[in-house]
Design a protein around this ligand. Structure first.
Ligand code: NAG
Ligand code: NAG
Length: 261
C-alpha cells in the first residue's frame, strides 16, 4: 500500500516530457502483477533470462518479442519491448536497459510487469499477451490548461495534428511510429510491434479519442493504452498559463492482473 502510494506520487510529479526534448529514459508509469514467483524458482530464472535477452536484442532492433524457457518449459515467460521509432539503436538499448532496471526495483519477483519510459515500453508475463490487441487506458495526462484557448483556433490546430496519426494516413505501418504537426502543435503515436496495421490504427484512434475528449484547452495531452499511445504538445512559448499538469487516469486495469504504479 505504501509503495503504491509512493509510485503514484512519483508518476504524478513528472512534468509532461516531449518526444522532442525529453530524455528517452524519463519515467512515465509502471505496473506489476500481484502474483509473484518464489525467489530461486524456475520462473525467476526464466524471467531473468528473458529480460537479459530483451536487453541484448534492443541494440539491433526497435521491437522484439521473446519467450524464455531457460530453466523450465513448464513456466514460460513471455516478453517484448518497443522503442520509440525515432530512437537510435544505442539509445533504444540504453532505454530498455533502464526499463529493466526500473522493473527490477519496482516489481521484484512479479510474475508480470510493464514499464513505459519516454523512449521505450517493456512488458513481460507468464500469460500470452503478445499478439493480443489491448486498448485499455493505462495512463492519461493533460498539460496546463490555457483556459479558453492560448491561440486562435487552438482546438482545430490540435485536431489537425492528431488526425495525421490516424486512419493509416500517417507514416509508419504495423508497429509504426507516426508523427503529425499543424501550426504550433506536434503529435506522435507509437504502437507495439506485435500489432497488425489495422490493430494499430484502431488503437491509435482510441488513444487520440482519449486525449481529444480529456484535454480540451491543454497545452499537451498523453494517452497510454495497452498496445499504443498518442501524445500532443505545443511549441514552447505559446503557453501562457502555468496551471498544474493533471493526471486523469492512472491505473493498470485488471487486464492480465497488473497493478499500476
Ligand atoms: C503466473 O505465475 C504466478 C506466480 O507463480 C502463478 O500464480 C500463476 O498461476 C501463473 N499464471 C499462469 C498463466 O501460468
Ligand atoms: C513472437 O510473437 C509471435 C506472435 O504472438 C509468436 O508467434 C512468436 O512465437 C513469438 N516469438 C517468440 C520468440 O516468443
Amino acid at each position: 500500500m505504501n509503495n503504491l502510494f509512493f509510485f503514484l506520487l512519483l508518476a504524478a510529479s513528472i512534468e509532461s516530457p516531449t518526444a522532442a526534448d525529453g530524455s528517452a529514459n524519463a519515467y512515465i508509469y509502471a505496473g506489476c502483477s500481484e502474483s509473484r514467483y518464489a525467489p530461486g524458482s524456475p520462473s525467476q530464472i526464466n524471467v531473468d533470462s528473458l529480460l537479459s535477452s530483451l536487453v541484448s536484442a534492443s541494440s539491433s532492433t526497435p521491437y522484439s518479442n521473446l519467450t524464455s524457457t531457460a530453466a523450465s518449459a513448464s513456466f514460460p515467460s513471455f516478453g517484448l519491448f518497443q522503442c520509440r521509432g525515432d530512437l537510435q539503436p544505442s539509445n533504444c538499448a540504453d532505454c530498455v536497459r533502464s526499463a529493466v532496471s526500473s522493473i527490477s526495483s519496482l516489481c521484484p519477483f512479479a510474475a508480470g510487469a510493464a514499464v513505459q519510459l519516454d523512449g521505450c515500453f517493456l512488458r513481460y508475463g507468464n500469460d500470452s499477451f503478445v499478439g493480443e490487441p489491448d486498448t485499455s487506458v493505462l495512463y492519461k495526462k493533460c498539460g496546463a490548461s490555457g483556459g479558453g484557448g492560448y491561440g486562435p483556433d487552438q482546438i482545430g490546430i490540435r485536431d489537425a495534428a492528431l488526425s495525421a496519426l490516424t486512419g493509416g494516413g500517417g507514416n509508419g505501418g504495423a508497429g509504426g511510429y507516426r508523427v503529425g504537426a499543424a501550426g504550433y502543435v506536434q503529435a506522435v503515436a507509437q504502437c507495439v510491434g506485435d500489432q497488425s496495421a489495422s490493430e494499430c490504427d484502431d488503437c491509435v484512434a482510441a488513444a487520440v479519442g482519449q486525449v481529444r475528449a480529456a484535454c480540451g484547452y491543454a497545452v499537451s495531452g498523453d494517452a497510454y493504452l495497452g498496445k499504443c499511445y498518442a501524445r500532443f504538445w505545443t511549441a514552447k512559448g505559446v503557453e501562457k498559463t502555468l496551471k498544474r499538469t493533471k493526471v486523469l487516469t492512472h491505473k493498470f486495469l485488471s487486464s492480465n492482473d497488473l497493478l499500476l504504479y
